[in-house]
Design a protein around this ligand. Structure first.
Ligand SMILES: NC(=O)c1ccc[n+]([C@@H]2O[C@H](COP(=O)([O-])OP(=O)(O)OC[C@H]3O[C@@H](n4cnc5c(N)ncnc54)[C@H](OP(=O)(O)O)[C@@H]3O)[C@@H](O)[C@H]2O)c1
Length: 219
């Protein structure tokens, strides 16, 4: 698949690298320094290049959206028409200082994104995983036991694309149902972040993720 990355930071940079190593053709886009994009593409050691958000959206089979919520409108404007395109998003609707969700309970960032992109095939995936574990899960991917990863969406084609990318990244996809289920996965993602980075159980939780990868590697 040709996969365009909109937002090549912690999530987009790592998953784009993983998708390239898994054999996909990747276009990294949307960071503040072009040099960083070039370095990412070079270090991916797969079929990867850097490009504009428009190239990353138009010259691909699927788009991975990984920007801060405050940058969504800007990057979508730069990306252009996404009608009919599978858009896999991990972007959480966070406030500017990342202390809370700006949408929740009766809607979700994913559903708001769908309103902005009514004709795109929006699927939510990877939003519940701390970026720190992505490489170790990928490296253990050929082993029998894989960590589960929930995804949700209303579009079957988009979901099939997401399933392929989730598997290629080393996770076992778990279909959580329609896009509105993101109302529950987004707060869960915050819980993961809170425990992993802020709470007393943090290191232990991160360790459990890593241990899953290690166990998968051994089995
Ligand atoms: N990190 C995680 O573990 C994690 C887990 C689950 C979900 N998420 C969600 O995933 C999304 C991305 O998170 P992240 O941690 O990957 O964020 P990040 O590392 O900050 O990546 C966002 C990217 O957007 C780029 N960007 C920001 N402002 C820009 C501008 N004005 N022009 C061009 N590029 C700009 C940044 O460029 P620079 O590199 O130049 O700063 C960066 O590469 C967020 O919605 C977050 O809530 C993150």
């Amino acid at each position: 698949m040709r996969v365009g990355i909109l937002g090549s930071g912690l999530m987009g940079g790592k998953l784009g690298t993983i998708f390239a190593r898994a054999g996909h053709e990747v276009i990294f886009s949307y960071v503040r320094s072009e040099q960083k994009l070039k370095t990412l593409a070079r270090n991916a050691k797969g079929n990867a290049r850097h490009g504009t958000p428009r190239e990353a959206a138009q010259e691909v089979d699927a788009v991975f959206l990984a920007v801060h919520w405050s940058r969504v409108d800007d990057v979508l404007k730069k990306a252009g028409d996404l009608s009919g395109k599978p858009v896999i998003t991990c972007s959480l609707p966070m406030n500017d200082d990342n202390t809370g969700l700006v949408i929740g309970h009766t809607s979700s960032g994913a559903e708001e994104l769908k309103k902005k992109l009514p004709k795109a095939r929006v699927v939510v995936a990877f939003n519940t995983v701390p970026s720190e574990v992505l490489f170790s899960v990928y490296e253990a991917k050929r082993k029998a036991r894989r960590p589960s990863l929930v995804y949700c969406g209303d579009d079957q084609t988009g979901k099939e694309v997401a399933v392929e990318l989730i598997r290629d990244a080393g996770f076992e996809p778990v279909d959580a149902g329609p896009l509105r289920i993101a109302r529950y996965t987004e707060p869960f993602a915050l819980l993961m972040g809170e425990l992993a980075y802020g709470g007393a159980g943090g290191p232990e939780l991160t360790y459990r993720f890593e241990r899953l990868g290690n166990e998968a590697e051994r089995s």
